[in-house]
Design a protein around this ligand. Structure first.
Ligand code: MN
Ligand code: ZN
Length: 341
């Protein structure tokens, strides 16, 4: 079978590899049909993802059809359309015992630490497969994965309806967070970005207020918009230099600050801003078994995943697809690789 491998940063190749066999009794073989290209996939391609190891078959937004099931695989059957959880964990370390396999001490993420789904077939545990809604196409279904990331950060924030929320950043991540935050009906949803067009879109998608942080003082404006208190939840979906300090300064007493960035660049913060307000600063990484939650929301028509995929490419043209994503063409939303039979 064929696969897309990043041999080393900057070197993408279509390789031949052996078709996987069932390695566990409860495993299944999934024939891939669609796989999204994520910012983190681009990071692995460009060598800017500190977690990745090479050579690597990437791809973690991965959808397909169950083609073969092991003797004890119960969750899915041949012919089922599924999306695959990218998190694989040891099951017995402290994080796993606390029900947080997404930060397992021996975490192996498909497409990052172990081979992912940019290939024709993959062998996975039946419990890592989630049934797709019938009415959702395979290409649209890749959007389930980015949506799980948004559900995870709201869960880490313990979001409730009496919160006021500040989302810093209105790119792909920030806008999928906005879609989920809305479902909690918080008092206010403030979105900050440096791009007016993105802020206009945020207003259309349910933000109550926007801040252009290139022109306005973000913490000061966030205080004004929340009667001087400050938002009670701030989610940093921009993850740029300075955004953490902005988030800490903006957030009101007893609030939560959620970080999502992977930057290792030092940034200066002070203890007073955390201690004086007794802030909870929490990371949100990947997702902790949130696929079924998102699929339930889609089935209940509370979340609409259609309309986000802007372009598709056959996976054998992955180089073209990656070059296109690099072009930053304004028409790009989600780009998806497709797999023929
Ligand atoms: Mn992703
Ligand atoms: Zn573990």
């Amino acid at each position: 079978m064929k696969a897309v491998q990043i041999v080393q940063p900057g070197d993408l190749r279509i390789i031949d590899m052996e078709k996987p066999q069932l390695t566990e009794e409860h495993n299944v073989i999934v024939r891939m049909t669609a796989a999204g290209i994520c910012g983190s996939d681009m990071g692995i391609y460009h060598g800017t993802n500190a977690a990745a190891t090479y050579p690597r078959v990437i791809g973690h937004e991965i959808v397909g059809v169950v083609e073969e099931v092991g003797p004890t695989a119960k969750k899915v059957k041949v012919g089922d359309r599924v999306i695959i959880d990218q998190v694989t964990a040891c099951g017995h370390c402290y994080a796993c015992r606390k029900g947080r396999p997404n930060v397992c001490g021996d975490l192996h993420v498909r497409g990052v630490h172990i081979d992912g789904g940019y290939r024709e077939y993959i062998d996975v545990a039946d419990t890592d497969c989630y049934l797709l809604p019938d009415f959702l196409s395979d290409t649209d279904a890749v959007m389930i994965e980015p949506t799980t990331i948004a559900v995870q950060c709201c869960s880490r924030a313990q979001l409730e309806s009496d919160d006021t929320v500040l989302i810093i950043g209105s790119g792909a991540l920030g806008s999928s967070i906005l879609r989920i935050v809305r479902l909690y009906h918080p008092q206010r949803i403030i979105v900050a970005d440096i791009d007016d067009a993105k802020l206009d879109e945020a207003l259309k998608n349910g933000a109550t207020d926007v801040i252009n942080s290139a022109r306005e003082d973000l913490p000061a404006r966030a205080h004004e918009l929340t009667d001087g208190y400050g938002p009670t939840v701030t989610i940093d979906a921009a993850c740029v230099k300075g955004s953490l300090l902005n988030a800490l300064q903006a957030t009101g007493n007893a609030g939560r600050v959620i970080t999502m960035g992977f930057s290792v660049a030092p940034t200066e913060v002070n203890q007073f801003v955390i201690t004086s307000k007794e802030l909870d600063v929490r990371g949100s990484r990947l997702q902790n078994r949130k696929f079924q939650d998102v699929i339930d929301l889609v089935n209940a028509h509370k979340v609409d995943l259609t309309g986000s995929v802007s372009h598709t490419f056959p996976f054998t043209e992955a180089q073209k697809a990656f070059d296109f994503v690099d072009s930053r063409d304004p028409s790009i939303r989600k780009v998806v690789l497709t797999f023929g039979k």
